[in-house]
Design a protein around this ligand. Structure first.
Ligand code: M6R
Length: 365
């Protein structure tokens, strides 16, 4: 039931504050300000030499953001690959190390095949899944549930932000277990993550601003998404969302890679969506984006108030997001890229919930 929403995708975007809250409640103790693992799960993060992550599509982008977190907060080296490559790569793995598979449906053929490969190699199998009775959940040793509820729209939205919520919590948990984070730092990060549902409510308020961009964006045949750090996977996620529901060709690039090729694409007709809240690497992203603006590219800057004030870019449009702490930023900045793709697709009249050629669950390789 779509309720008062026009599409399941829009409903699912709006469910995010609630389902992120449900998911976080399984991993955070907001009274004691510490992380907790769901009942019955245990992982010895202190003993890990390495973490292997594999997934497809949007779940893979969640994993990429997870890599930044596990490396930064827990100092665990992370190896990540899309499952269709991973399964044939014959990667050397160490028995006993943890392999993490991320999947909304829990039925994706390539992800399942990668899981079975790692299991054969004697690895411990963890799964971040949304469907508890799915094959991937059943075959994993440890299940880290997302509590997104049923996701009907083919374009994944709430499952993605719930996956991010789980990965952020696990990274903090691992950081504490490995002695990288102090109890005080853990408490601080937990408090920040606990605010994500409230930040998400604020983030949804940018919908009208993004809707105004749908008409001009629909006139473009191409779009480029840029970001650095955890905003780089978000750029790829934004491009994937736009491609799959509006059929506009889009690419997500690391902002620093621009001058290694894609800048040749920039002219007055190229919309460039930049995900850049004011963080440690903001200045670096800005200097890349200045090169885009100087070549006439139409910059849509998704940032926060401080970023908007300090960017000094002649942006075509600036979307001002709420101020959020760094650990919350990837989850919150997923929302505007979802809404931009959604409204562009609605404006173009595509079948938003059932885009052509796509299935919700890809059970063949
Ligand atoms: O069910 P899964 O999370 O394993 O699915 C993975 C991808 O097929 C999925 O994320 C796909 O990329 C979405 N349509 C993206 O919106």
């Amino acid at each position: 039931d779509k309720g008062n929403y026009r599409h399941f995708m829009q409903k699912e975007i709006y469910e995010q504050p609630e389902v992120i809250g449900h998911t976080l409640s399984r991993y955070l103790n907001l009274n004691k300000l510490c992380t907790t693992l769901p009942k019955g799960t245990s992982v010895d993060f202190a003993a890990l030499d390495r973490l292997v992550i594999s997934a497809c599509g949007t779940a893979f982008y969640a994993g990429l953001i997870g890599k930044y977190w596990f490396e930064k907060y827990a100092r665990i080296p992370v190896d990540i690959d899309i499952a269709s490559e991973f399964r044939y790569r014959e990667m050397p793995v160490k028995a006993g190390d943890l392999a993490l598979f991320i999947s909304q449906s829990g039925e994706t053929a390539d992800t399942l095949a990668s899981l079975r490969y790692c299991k054969q190699q004697g690895m411990r199998i963890g799964a971040v899944v949304n469907v508890p009775e799915s094959t991937i959940a059943r075959e994993a040793d440890v299940v880290f549930p997302t509590v997104a509820g049923a996701e009907i729209g083919v374009a994944s939205t709430k499952a993605f932000t719930c996956q991010l919520s789980v990965l952020a919590s696990l990274a903090i948990h691992a950081g504490r277990a490995r002695g990288v984070l102090s109890a005080e730092r853990e408490a601080e990060l937990v408090r920040m993550l606990g605010e994500v549902p409230a930040y998400a409510v604020k983030a949804l308020k940018v919908e009208k601003d993004l809707e105004k961009l749908s008409q001009p964006l629909s006139k473009s045949n191409h779009a480029l998404y840029l970001g650095r750090g955890t905003n780089f996977p978000l750029a790829m996620e934004g491009a994937l969302k736009l491609k799959e529901i509006s059929y506009i060709h889009a690419e997500g690039y690391a902002a620093g890679e621009l001058k290694h090729g894609p800048i040749a694409l920039i002219d007055e007709s190229m919309p460039v969506i930049v995900v850049a809240p004011h963080d440690e690497i903001f200045e670096k992203t800005v200097s890349n984006v200045q090169e885009v603006a100087a070549r006439g590219g139409r910059v849509i800057l998704i940032t926060d108030a401080r970023g908007a004030a300090e960017a000094g870019i002649n942006a075509w449009k600036t979307i001002v997001m709420p101020d959020v702490p760094e650990i919350a930023a990837p989850i919150i900045h997923a929302i505007p890229v979802q809404l931009l793709a959604y409204h562009t697709a609605v404006f173009m009249g595509t079948d938003v919930d059932q885009p052509r050629n796509l299935a919700k669950s890809v059970t063949v390789e």
